[in-house]
Design a protein around this ligand. Sequence first.
Ligand code: NI
Ligand code: MN
Length: 226
Amino acid sequence: MPKATFMGHSCVMLTDGKHKVMIDPFLSGNEKAAVQADKVDVDFILITHGHGDHIGDAVSIAKRTGATVISNYEIMNLVSRQGVQKAHPLHIGGGANFDFGRVKMTIAHHGGGYGPDASIYTGPAAGFLVEIGGKVVYHAGDTGLFYDMKLIGDMNKIDVAFLPIGDNFTMGIEDALKAVEFLGPRHVVPMHYDTFPIIQADPQQFARKVIGSQVHVLKPGESFDF
Ligand code: NI
Ligand code: MN
């Protein structure tokens, strides 16, 4: 049975007992992160977009561990220029098979840019559908609510959905509740809240209002099997 661990902000670790897949490894600079970047052991790193709170420590972790970075074509080039040896480019609507399973890149309504003022072009922001251990995980990345989440839910039996609830830069609680309705996941985990004052949100308020899915409000480092 695969396991999901919330590492803080939008960072998630997925394991099937054999492979370790980390999404959006923003650890350095997040005092609430569950682990230090130099202690992370992973095989694959997925990056939803170029903003610093998502690409995070991807380059240093990939260089130290030899992990394969999976992201869009622009970010694949960016991390390769910085010395990452193994990187696989995807783009929106496309997927590919890896040792642990399939990764498909989905749309996200959000910006993409790297560097201190996010001015280095990194393509459009994205989300991921990740098949691991025979289950399907949807990580929305940073996004506003979009109606195609209904299509994603119709076409995939989603076991776990990681959804931003922090408002301001992404969906807030009300829109995330609509996203849950569209996606119909078995489990849902709120993310991208409380890391900074500007994205404060009450995950229990979200949890109380979710209908039909099991909500896991996780502290950094907490996990569940799915
Ligand atoms: Ni962002
Ligand atoms: Mn963000």
